[in-house]
Design a protein around this ligand. Structure first.
Ligand SMILES: [Zn+2]
Length: 226
């Protein structure tokens, strides 16, 4: 099974970050502990960053390099180059260092609240922007706010997304199309973070995560094929 962690900004949140969003920023000390745990555990752990904060390149990248780890970065393309967010050069640097770059839409909107055509346009335009920066296909996406439903997932499937990262909690089957993620927050205890990363997950944990997702997103038989 695969454990996927969802992180956002690192270090002190800058003034433009709203209080509710600041709750998702981790201290650099916490991030260093996360990397140590990921290196030590026998679990298969994947690290992801959402929102394209500039700390992805300034803080996460050097720490990941030093730890010999890689991560995936999901970037809302309308924010590229804005104050506090990644520039085109930063995105190229992340990719050149072996990091995965994926779509997080353009404007960071809630996809279930807009028509399918708007979801498709938001994803397509963001992929086009990232592809033009990197000169390669973008085939993964993370759902803004973790807010998705079957209609949104079908759109993502139709657009050819190879993997979709959600905010449903718990471990996923290795290589699953729909990836569950555990969000790390500023208020989370060290013990909880350690547990998320190092716990020995069983088939029961996988089943519980699956059922929790089923309750939220509807019958699995309606999901896009994995
Ligand atoms: Zn986001």
């Amino acid at each position: 099974m695969e454990i996927c962690l969802m992180l956002h900004g690192l270090g002190p949140p800058p003034p433009h970050v709203a209080a509710d969003e600041a709750a998702y920023w981790l201290t650099t000390e916490t991030f260093a502990r996360v990397l140590d745990l990921v290196r030590q555990t026998h679990n298969h752990v994947r690290i992801t960053f959402d929102d394209g904060n500039v700390t992805d390149a300034r803080i996460a990248l050097p720490a990941l390099r030093e730890a010999g780890l890689s991560a995936a970065f999901f970037i809302p393309s309308d924010r590229i180059g804005e104050t506090g967010y990644l520039s085109e050069g930063d995105i190229r640097e992340l990719r050149a260092a072996g990091m995965e770059i994926g779509s997080h839409g353009c404007a960071h909107i809630r996809w279930p609240q807009v028509p399918s055509e708007v979801v498709a346009e938001d994803v397509t335009r963001s992929i086009a922007r990232l592809s033009s920066i990197l000169g390669e296909k973008i085939e993964t996406a993370a759902v803004p706010f973790g807010d998705c439903n079957l209609r949104v997932l079908r759109v993502l499937r139709t657009l050819g997304m190879r993997r979709v990262y959600t905010s449903f909690r718990g471990p996923s089957r290795d290589g699953a199309w729909l990836v569950r993620r555990d969000c790390l927050t500023a208020g989370m205890s060290q013990a909880r973070i350690r547990e998320l990363i190092t716990k020995t997950y069983t088939a029961v944990d996988g089943a519980i995560s699956f059922l929790r997702m089923w309750r939220h997103a509807g019958p699995a038989s309606n999901w896009p094929a994995t």
